[in-house]
Design a binder for this molecule. Structure first.
Ligand code: NAP
Length: 309
């Protein structure tokens, strides 16, 4: 029998206990699932980085750690973790991110605020532009960025994509490397950040990169707060070069109530809700990943510890 430790906040256990137990049974795994099992007996840990576990050394027979979230920046560099680590890949997370980004791209593309907020009798019948005439860049073409880019391309946007390694994606004009980033930023009218937070991407949108954007460009950041230099962001908005920023993630979360982002007219704050791991689909993904591991197959979402994502 496998022993699986669920290491996350107690409210998560209340949500996951039933669906995860069912998902494990459905794939035919004989497993004991719990929150308080002896460390030396544990085969797998289902893990949230804000759980109580930061030292993995007592888990002598541990085979893998399955992260409940897509972002692994708080665990990927843990030196006590020596077994494979998987980030969360599940349909609900991908669908949620695709929907959030599409909604916010369309908000800016169609200038929806004008018609939603200004209900003052003005009959402005200029037609909105078409997606075919709008260039959107997606920085990060992984599980989420790839799906987002593909969905935007299906709506007929001209989509540019940027990743660490060269990549081919149907319908997307892809680039990589530092030169590719400069070119991409210079062409895009809407930029979507879906990079992981690593030593290479920390503060990647700095003053120089904001200056490289097209005047009036819009930034959407559902990736991680640390990708953006906050002071450079405010400066780019205040000097009028950046048109708007819609931010879902922040260096400090929850975003403090007195943080200048809340009051800035050029910033829309959403409270880290762009996408969430969904209990049902995530439970199924975890169960399938444990089956893969037991069969000696590589984990889905296996983290490259050297690259940090
Ligand atoms: P992923 O599958 O690991 O993809 C990461 C992408 O970023 C890959 O295309 C990768 O390039 C690229 N990348 C990494 N480092 C780079 C660098 N230095 N330069 C250029 N490109 C680089 O990650 P994911 O599952 O799509 O998730 C992306 C991020 O979204 C997560 O890390 C998390 O921070 C964030 N997220 C946010 C929410 C929310 O609710 N706001 C929810 C879930 C996730 P390669 O293709 O070459 O590897």
């Amino acid at each position: 029998m496998l022993r699986i430790l669920f290491a996350a906040r107690s409210e998560r256990w209340d949500q996951y206990q039933g669906p995860l137990t069912q998902a494990l049974a459905k794939v035919g795994l004989d497993a004991q699932l719990g929150t308080d099992l002896p460390p030396e007996t544990i085969d797998y840990i289902v893990y949230a980085p804000n759980s109580h576990i930061t030292d993995f050394t007592p888990f002598k027979r541990l085979k893998a750690v399955l992260n409940l979230w897509a972002g692994v920046e708080d665990v990927a560099g843990n030196p006590t973790l020596t077994v494979p680590l998987a980030r969360m890949i599940e349909d609900g997370l991908t669908e949620g991110m695709t929907e959030w980004v599409t909604a916010h791209v369309l908000r800016h593309h169609l200038d929806l605020d004008i018609h939603i907020i200004r209900q003052d009798g003005t009959w402005d019948d200029r037609p909105p532009p078409l997606a075919r005439d709008r260039t959107v860049a997606v920085l990060g073409l992984g599980q989420l960025g790839g799906a987002v880019a593909t969905a935007l391309a299906a709506l007929n946007f001209r989509v540019l994509g940027w990743s660490r390694r060269p990549k081919t994606l149907h319908g997307i004009d892809t680039r990589s490397g530092a030169g590719g980033l400069a070119q991409t930023l210079g062409e895009a009218e809407i930029v979507v950040l879906l990079l992981p937070l690593t030593t290479e991407t920390d503060g990647i949108l700095d003053a120089d990169r904001f200056a490289a954007l097209r005047p009036g460009a819009v930034l959407l950041n559902p990736g991680r707060g640390g990708l953006v230099d906050d002071d450079a962001l405010i400066a780019a908005l205040d000097n009028g070069h950046l048109g708007h920023a819609t931010l879902d993630v922040f260096r400090t979360e929850p975003l403090p109530a007195d943080h200048p982002f809340w009051a800035h007219p050029g910033i829309t704050v959403t409270p880290h809700i762009a996408s969430a791991t969904r209990v049902q689909t995530a439970s199924e993904a975890i169960a399938v990943n444990i089956v893969r591991a037991e069969a000696g197959e590589p984990l889905k979402g296996l983290v490259d510890r050297h690259a940090g994502y």
